[in-house]
Structure formats: C-alpha cells, structure tokens
Design a protein. Sequence first.
Length: 249
Amino acid sequence: MHNKTTSKKMESLLSPLSYLATHKEASVEEIATQTKKNYSTVLRATSELCQKGLVDFRLERTAPRGKELRLYRLNFYGLMFYMTRSSEIEYSLADFREIAKAHEDLLVVFQKWDKFAKAGFEQQLFSRVKSALNVESQYNNRYDFVTITSFDVTNLFPKKDEALRRSSFDYLVLGFFYMEQPVEHVKESIGEKQWKTLQDIWSVVEGDYELRKKRDAFLDFLELERREGLKAIDEWRKYLKQEQKAPNN
C-alpha cells in the first residue's frame, strides 16, 4: 500500500494502526520492533487509539505468576477507519487479502475470502469491498482523519451497535441491499458490468451455507418490514375512514 503525505502526529498513530491492520494482534514491543519506532511513541499511540475506540486489547499472562502482557488489535471501527483512508492510502488486492486474513473474525466476507478466490472471483470481491468502503466513507463522514486527535469514536458509534454495523458492511459487499429493489430496476441502474459482478458474487453465496443463510435472513427481514409497513398503512386507512364518518364534536 502506498502512503501519501501525513502529519507527524497522524503518522505516529498510523504506525501501530498499519501494523495491526495486517496482524491479528500484537504487543507494543512487537509493534515497535517491527515498525522500527520508539517504544514510548508506540505505547502513547496505542493508548490513545484505545481511548478513541479504534483499538482494543486483552491481557495475557506470560507465566503462571508472571507479568500480564497487553495484546492490541483493531476492532471494527479501527478497521473501517484504516481502510476508508482512500485519500491517503492506495490499496492493492494483495493488501486486502492480507487484511482479510488477519481480521476474518470481524467480517463474514473476510472469513470467506479464500472461497471467493478459489471460485475465481477474488477480483470481484475486491471491487465490492472497495465500493462498500466508498459508501461507508460517505455515510460516516464523521471519520475525520484530519482531526483524529480531537474525536472519540465511542461517542459517534456506540459499541452496542458494532454487530449491526458489521452485518451491514457484509450486506453492502455482498450486494444484498440491491434486493430491496426490483430486479430489472437494479440491472438498468447499475449497468451490465456491475450486474455481472453481482452475479459472480451471488454464485458463491448460493454455494455456501453460511452466506446463503445470511442472504435469506436479510430477505426475511425485508419481508417482515414490508408486511409490517402494509399492516400499518391498512390500519391508518381504517382509522382515517372512521374519523371521516364520525360526527363533528
């Protein structure tokens, strides 16, 4: 991945983020050694990233009565923050392959990356991930990369919403949100090339139990939502009709 210009403060924060983007978890010592950065600088940066809700940590005892080691890892918001920095980083397919492998527990599309690759559709999946990141970046313009030192992600995106946000990103990548619209309308609106990409993605979904289950659950949700909506409309029509017939007070 190619870095463009960044401020000194931003660079100190991005150094551990960049390392954690391609590693499941790591200690401050490991990050400092591998990135060739000062230990104290990395420690301050990881602590600040934790405070801002981009990085989590767990404690691991190195010996039965030994010191507990802090192992840091990106959470979903940290991953989104890092990957949506399109103005400062140009990612390659190889970059995303490495990120997906390190964080396959965060997204279903990362967990299934190899399955798409084996089917010959890795490039299509890469394209869909980039499209989803564009949507994520536009929708969540609160990810302010210039003023990272002054915001707290936990105030913007509650931790309790993380599971829903992760599912929504999977749905974006897999193209399930298109299923809210008529088939022919989708074909016409996105064009032949994008439609072919979706067909390739959906062929893998159809052949995988977990992906198919996720798709069907989304369709069930849409169906229930529409039924409840129609029920509400019917109730309102009945209510308004009764109001019209009622004598004026």
